[in-house]
Design a protein around this ligand. Structure first.
Ligand SMILES: Nc1ncnc2c1ncn2[C@@H]1O[C@H](COP(=O)(O)OP(=O)(O)O)[C@@H](O)[C@H]1O
Ligand SMILES: [Mg+2]
Length: 216
C-alpha cells in the first residue's frame, strides 16, 4: 500500500458562516487529486488548511505523518521550506532579478541543485538570464513553477496554477506537474476551474454545499 502524505479528517471551517464541514481527504505518494467547485465555495481556504497556513475550526490534518496544528512555528516553517511546494495563480517572483537568480534563491534555501532537465521541460532554459520583468506572464508562471519544483517538494499545492495561461502552456504545465509527481513519489493537490485539467488528475473532488465529494 502506498504511503499517505496528506490525511485530513473531520475538518470544518468558516468565517462569517460555515464554509465546509467534516471533510475527509487522503492523498498518497504518486497521486494527484483535483478540487473543483464554484467561486466562494471554500477551495482556497481548504488548500490553506491542508498546507500549514490556516488552523481549521475543528478536525485533524496530518502532513507527512505530522499533526500540523500541534506543531511549533519552527516545525511548520521547516515543512514549508523543505517538504511542500505552493503554486498560486499569481506568482511571487523577484522582478528585478533574473529567472536564474529567482530559482537559485529557492534551491539555496532548500539545499537542492537546479534541475536543468526541469528547465528544459518547462521550455524556459534559454530564458534563464532574462530579468523577470522582461518575460511574458506565461514565461513568468513557468519560472515560478521551476522555482517550486527545484526544492523537490513531497506535496505540491496548486491553486489555479493555469488560470492565466493559454491552453498550450497550461497543458505543458500540467504535463510537468504530473510527471514530477510520478517520478518523485510526490503528490499534487490541484484547485482549478478548468475541468479539462482536473480530469488529468487521478481523482476529482467537488466542493459544494459544504461537502467535499469524490466524483465517480
Ligand atoms: N481570511 C478570511 N477572512 C474572512 N473571510 C474569508 C477569508 N478567506 C476567505 N474568506 C471567505 O470565505 C469564502 C470562501 O473563500 P475561498 O476559500 O477563497 O473560496 P474559493 O477559493 O472556492 O473561491 C469567501 O466568501 C471569502 O470571502
Ligand atoms: Mg480560490
Amino acid at each position: 500500500m502506498s504511503q499517505a502524505l496528506l490525511e485530513a479528517g473531520g475538518v470544518s471551517h468558516g468565517f462569517e458562516y460555515t464554509l465546509f464541514e467534516d471533510i475527509e481527504f487522503v492523498l498518497k505518494a504518486s497521486e494527484s487529486a483535483a478540487i473543483v467547485g464554484r467561486s466562494g465555495s471554500g477551495k482556497s481556504t481548504l488548500l490553506h488548511i491542508f498546507s500549514t497556513f490556516l488552523k481549521p475550526d475543528t478536525g485533524s490534518v496530518k502532513l507527512l505523518d505530522k499533526e500540523l496544528y500541534t506543531l511549533k512555528e519552527e516545525e511548520l516553517e521547516r515543512l514549508r521550506r523543505y517538504e511542500i511546494g505552493i503554486i498560486f495563480q499569481f506568482h511571487y517572483l523577484f522582478k528585478g532579478m533574473s529567472a536564474m537568480e529567482n530559482v537559485n534563491v529557492a534551491t539555496m534555501l532548500s539545499g537542492e541543485e537546479i534541475d536543468t532537465d526541469l528547465l528544459e521541460k518547462l521550455e524556459i532554459k534559454a530564458l534563464m538570464e532574462h530579468k523577470i520583468g522582461d518575460l511574458s506572464g506565461g514565461q513568468q508562471q513557468r519560472v515560478s513553477i521551476a522555482r517550486v519544483l527545484s526544492k523537490k517538494p513531497r506535496v505540491i499545492f496548486a491553486d489555479e496554477p493555469t488560470g492565466n495561461l493559454d491552453k498550450e502552456t497550461a497543458t505543458l504545465v500540467m504535463d510537468v506537474l504530473l510527471s514530477y509527481v510520478k517520478e518523485n513519489s510526490a503528490a499534487l493537490l490541484l484547485v482549478t476551474h478548468d475541468h479539462e485539467m482536473a480530469a488529468r488528475c487521478d481523482r476529482i473532488y467537488t466542493l459544494e454545499e459544504k461537502v467535499l465529494r469524490e466524483k465517480g
